[in-house]
Design a protein around this ligand. Structure first.
Ligand SMILES: Nc1ncnc2c1ncn2[C@@H]1O[C@H](COP(=O)(O)OP(=O)(O)OP(=O)(O)O)[C@@H](O)[C@H]1O
Ligand code: SF4
Ligand SMILES: [Mg+2]
Length: 332
């Protein structure tokens, strides 16, 4: 549903990215449609990290692909995703996305760095190639520029002549991050940057990314890992069945008063270090969403009001969201 008058939770500065009513539908054979992202609204400011969390298949990566103009041909988008220079990432043509946006305005820290790096070229060769492409640097400036680019992502100079398969998971992630940073893009998208890393490496990777955010970039990090989100994010957006259902300051969300949306509360309660109680049931198929709130079948607060889709007011989409402190929004 469109909510043009939405007020998103304020970020610290003017937004680098402003997403309004972003929806993505996939057209399938036989006329079936999959509503992978529905009516997403959020802003992201320079120096700010927003973590997008939610169960597998809820639409997080589709949202990121929409922002990069990398959706497959059967996808249809609506809404807008404006950069601060006025570029709408949803309507910009492939030529302009390739020439002026990807790498230059929006940097991608990929989900699978090993797969993102070219297997038959050394890290140095890949950094030099990206430097040539994005900055126009030429020999002899390329070699020191590649070393500076590596150092920015804490990639050790002594490993620059290695091939991707010779790197540990953590170093491959740093190499991919170094590539993502080369164009000085003000907006970074990191889709599951810590998948497959052990806890220590997860923490190191998110701390590195935080350092780049503190240096003035805006970062949208997509993750299953709530501990990583808590460590890095200023704000948290929770996605369920293609919709953002809660968006709040990370401190309030993870601390007190805690989440308001029953699904978001369930996500935190499922953590081993918290109640360790899983959310019952499974999310609905995005190609066969129920009428009304998609979480109703799993929600212990569901009633007849929930049979109408709850609007997202910039913070919450729930007819009965309540905080532990008893604050109850008027949504009936
Ligand atoms: N090309 C496509 N055609 C049809 N459906 C698609 C296509 N790409 C993705 N989807 C569907 O969109 C939904 C959202 O997928 P997405 O990859 O965004 O999930 P996710 O939240 O990133 O999950 P994960 O946490 O596992 O990475 C899924 O149901 C997926 O099957
Ligand atoms: S709208 Fe209703 S069913 Fe949906 S999360 Fe809120 S209380 Fe539960
Ligand atoms: Mg994903």
């Amino acid at each position: 549903m469109k909510t043009d008058a939405v007020t998103t939770a304020p970020g610290p500065k003017a937004p680098v990215l402003s997403v309004r009513g972003l929806s993505v539908r996939f057209r399938m054979r036989g006329g079936r449609q999959v509503a992978a992202v529905a009516d997403a609204h959020f802003d992201l400011a320079a120096g700010e990290c927003l973590a997008l969390v939610g169960e597998s298949g809820c639409g997080k990566s589709v949202l990121a692909s929409a922002l990069l103009g990398l959706l497959p041909g059967n996808a249809r988008t609506s809404g807008s995703a404006l950069l601060d220079d006025g570029t709408d990432l949803l309507t910009a043509g492939e030529r302009s996305l390739a020439r002026t946006v990807r790498g230059r305005r929006v940097g991608l820290v990929p989900q699978s760095p090993a797969a993102h790096l070219t297997p038959v070229r050394t890290v140095r060769a890949q950094l030099e190639e990206t430097l040539r492409e994005l900055t126009g640097a030429r020999r002899p400036a390329l070699r020191p520029a590649a070393e500076r680019a590596a150092a920015r992502a804490s990639f050790p100079a002594g490993h620059l002549d290695r091939y991707p398969h010779e790197l540990s998971g953590g170093l491959a992630q740093r190499a991919a991050t170094a590539l993502a940073l080369i164009g000085d893009a003000p907006l970074l998208l990191a889709d599951e940057p810590t998948t497959g890393l052990d806890r220590e490496l997860v923490e190191r990777t998110v701390d590195e990314l935080r350092r780049h955010t503190d240096g003035g970039r805006a970062l949208l990090i997509i993750t299953h890992d709530l501990a990583a989100a808590e460590r890095i994010a200023d704000r948290v957006a929770v996605m369920y069945a293609g919709r953002i259902v809660e968006l709040d300051d990370a401190e309030r969300f993870f601390g007190r008063p805690g989440p308001r949306h029953p699904y978001a509360r369930g996500l935190l309660d499922a953590l081993p270090e918290r109640a360790f109680v899983p959310i019952p049931g499974m999310p609905p198929e995005l190609g066969a969403l129920p009428e009304g709130c998609a979480f109703a079948a799993r929600c212990d607060r569901a009633d007849e009001l929930c049979s109408v889709q709850p609007p997202f007011d910039g913070r919450l989409a729930c007819r009965h969201g309540a905080r532990a402190d008893g604050e109850e929004p008027d949504r009936a």
